[in-house]
Design a protein. Structure first.
Length: 306
């Protein structure tokens, strides 16, 4: 059993993302004088757009002509790890990627004590916190996300790597003026992060055995008359049904915490040492009966936004 924890994330804006090694734009900036062809792509204010009709001087954001000339493709690569919404639509299957490493520094401007990364493809993650006026980092830890298989010398040298996809840490020193540097390293490959959340961790009970993991894919299969199939690949979504016990005097506090997260993504963690119980998403219903002997139980289903 472990503490069931939720971390509402702070919004990461250009003012908060103070340093990074990621390109500022995925495509050329939009210009009114350019004659765009179908399929051309542009970047405007951290968002990408694709031309769906040939056009000139039809701004992707302000043009109201029907049918529209542009299709929103969502956030640029740099910000996909922080936001996946296109209006009210949350786009699954997107991530931030960069050759060799993703190296960024966040300045929250407020107290935080937790950080989570999900959908990681990397060999290691280093988290460093620094505070102005303090010569040494106040926090500096490196976490291995890919380990050699154990059990025998043969397995160590020739066996497959054991990998972790998610990381959650709740021991960040809560300085209000700290910078948090995150280095996601993938030497010789491509570093990838699905979502990164920084915020203040809140306890909402104790996760227990009975928690279950789910995965739904959205590919479509069309069968032809001769038995052949056409498979159209689409995204997939993880889900976790957390089984949680909670003391009677914690129920109101947990309800208040979850009320503030209606339709809002957050980091949910059943046990930080079990990376498959770390998920960023939205929760479904929260129902708990009256506690018996000051002990209540509830199921919290969280659907991933990855």
């Amino acid at each position: 059993m472990s503490e069931m924890t939720v971390v509402p994330g702070i919004e990461i804006t250009p003012a908060i993302l103070v340093e990074n090694n990621l390109p500022d734009m995925d495509y050329p900036a939009y210009t009114p004088a350019t004659a765009y062809k179908v399929g051309d792509k542009v970047t405007i204010d951290r968002l990408n757009y694709e031309a769906v009709v040939a056009n000139t001087n039809r701004h992707p954001v302000t043009d109201t002509t029907i049918p529209p000339a542009w299709l929103s493709l969502g956030w640029i690569n740099k910000y996909r790890m922080f936001n996946k919404s296109i209006g009210n639509t949350w786009k699954i299957g997107t991530f931030t990627a960069n050759p060799e490493s993703i190296d960024l520094t966040i300045r929250p401007g407020k107290r935080v004590n937790a950080i989570g990364l999900v959908g990681v493809r990397a060999s290691s993650i280093r988290i460093v916190m620094t505070v102005p006026g303090v010569p040494a980092p106040v926090y500096d830890k490196t976490f291995a996300m890919s380990l050699k298989a154990g059990g025998s010398w043969y397995q160590y040298y020739f066996g497959p790597f054991k990998t972790m996809d998610n990381l959650a840490q709740f021991d960040l020193p809560p300085f209000s003026n700290a910078d948090i540097r995150v280095v996601v390293s993938a030497p010789g490959g491509t570093a990838q992060v699905g979502m990164l959340v920084v915020g203040w961790a809140k306890r909402i009970g104790t996760a227990v055995y009975g928690t279950s993991l789910g995965r739904k894919r959205y590919s479509t299969i069309k069968e032809e008359f001769d038995g052949s199939m056409t498979i159209t690949g689409r995204g997939r979504r993880r889900s976790i049904d957390f089984q949680v016990v909670i003391s009677g005097d914690e129920i109101s506090s947990a309800q208040r915490t979850l009320d503030e997260l209606d339709d809002t993504p957050a980091l949910f963690v059943g046990a930080s040492n079990l990376d498959y119980t770390v998920i960023v998403g939205i929760f479904d219903d929260f129902d708990t009966g009256l506690p018996t002997y000051n002990r209540g139980e509830y199921t919290l289903k969280v659907r991933s936004l990855m």
